[in-house]
Design a protein around this ligand. Structure first.
Ligand SMILES: CC(C)(COP(=O)(O)OP(=O)(O)OC[C@H]1O[C@@H](n2cnc3c(N)ncnc32)[C@H](O[C@H]2O[C@H](COP(=O)(O)OP(=O)(O)OP(=O)(O)O)[C@@H](O)[C@H]2O)[C@@H]1O)[C@@H](O)C(=O)NCCC(=O)NCCS
Ligand SMILES: Nc1ncnc2[nH]cnc12
Length: 291
């Protein structure tokens, strides 16, 4: 008879990165109260989404993130073979997501952002400063995937109509909304004594102050985008989500965005990217045994 082996299984780097990407998505979904987004309180501005679906969607993406990390490790360098492998795996990931959600787009932008960041980390795990990881991700995003279909996506439609930069350009520019807004705010709010949930809400709001969220633009036009950016700034100016004044502004922003049907789904994806990079920088989960 064999004794049970109670030693925890050693996870590969690709498995650990996939765990961290899925954790970041679940942490983003659970964070509450987020303006007009799905959270623990409800569905925000959405009729076809709920928290259980966001969790199921996040979990369905684990194999795709693992495969993207493995592709990066196998290729070993930034180049067209890796870019096209990521495109293929990303499209398969989208198909797995849509099969899980019965056709609802829960995490398209997140597959793109986190997929690039997972691959960029796997290429050089020791080079784990956010700025270095996002630069490698940008170099990948700048390569042209010859097999990518060119659908007239919501993002492409509003980019044409309003002349804004969308998810593709955000990655090609090395995620300025994450490294220049979300992460610095996360660190500032923690240093000012905010609890972790409030610090994360503040990071989301900082991203919302300037992002051209194509999800908001598609649903609510320029008026919706202006309401999102100005309302997020008002919360931070009033002291952030941990203060009473900030909390009042946050409640008002939630109501206003729901009334406008303006869901900041792009900002939510970039918050997940921010939480992923925060863990990568701290080494949590990346280098087992080191905190
Ligand atoms: C390059 C792609 C990202 C495609 O980009 P594109 O802009 O052409 O396509 P979209 O389909 O519009 O998806 C972009 C999603 O990115 C999020 N986003 C929006 N603005 C930004 C921004 N400024 N910066 C970063 N990210 C942004 C957003 O995702 C969230 O919103 C989703 C819901 O959006 P939508 O479909 O519009 O849904 P609704 O309004 O709710 O629709 P209705 O209900 O009204 O029908 C939600 O899922 C969030 O994730 C945008 O949606 C890339 O996807 C691509 O090329 N993929 C191909 C495969 C590939 O190469 N993969 C590489 C793997 S590394
Ligand atoms: N929490 C959330 N609510 C709605 N759309 C989203 N897209 C990504 N995260 C989201």
């Amino acid at each position: 008879m064999h004794a049970f082996n109670l030693q925890p299984k050693k996870l590969s780097l690709a498995e650990r990165l996939a765990d961290m990407a899925v954790d970041a998505l679940i942490d983003e979904a659970d964070l509450s109260p987020k303006p007009a987004l799905v959270d623990r309180r409800g569905n925000g501005a959405h009729t076809d989404l709920h928290l259980g679906l966001m969790h199921a969607s996040a979990l369905s993406l684990w194999p795709a993130f693992k495969e993207m990390a493995e592709a990066a490790i196998d290729c070993g360098e930034i180049g067209l073979p890796l870019r096209e492998a990521l495109g293929r795996i990303g499209r398969e990931g989208e198909a797995a997501m849509l099969a899980t959600t019965d056709g609802v787009n829960t995490h398209r932008g997140a597959i793109w952002a986190l997929g690039l960041l997972v691959a960029a980390t796997a290429l050089e795990p020791e080079s784990n400063v956010a700025g270095a990881v996002t630069l490698r991700a940008a170099r990948l995003a700048l390569l042209n995937d010859r097999f990518a279909p060119q659908p007239l996506s919501h993002g492409a439609q509003v980019a044409q109509r309003y002349g804004v930069r969308g998810a593709r350009e955000e990655a090609q520019l090395a995620f300025p909304a994450v490294t220049g807004l979300g992460l610095p705010q996360l660190i500032r709010s923690r240093a000012a004594g905010a609890g972790e949930q409030n610090a994360r809400l503040d990071a989301l709001l900082a991203i919302m102050t300037r992002l051209a969220d194509t999800c908001v633009l598609y649903r609510a036009g320029e008026a919706g985008l202006q309401a999102m950016q100005q309302g997020a700034k008002a919360v931070l100016d009033a002291g952030g989500s941990a203060s009473l004044g900030g909390r009042r502004q946050l409640h008002a922003l939630d109501q206003q965005l729901i009334a406008l049907n303006a869901s900041p789904g792009g900002a939510a994806d970039l918050l997940a990217a921010c939480l992923f990079l925060d863990r990568i920088e701290r080494g949590d989960g990346l280098f087992p045994g080191v905190c």
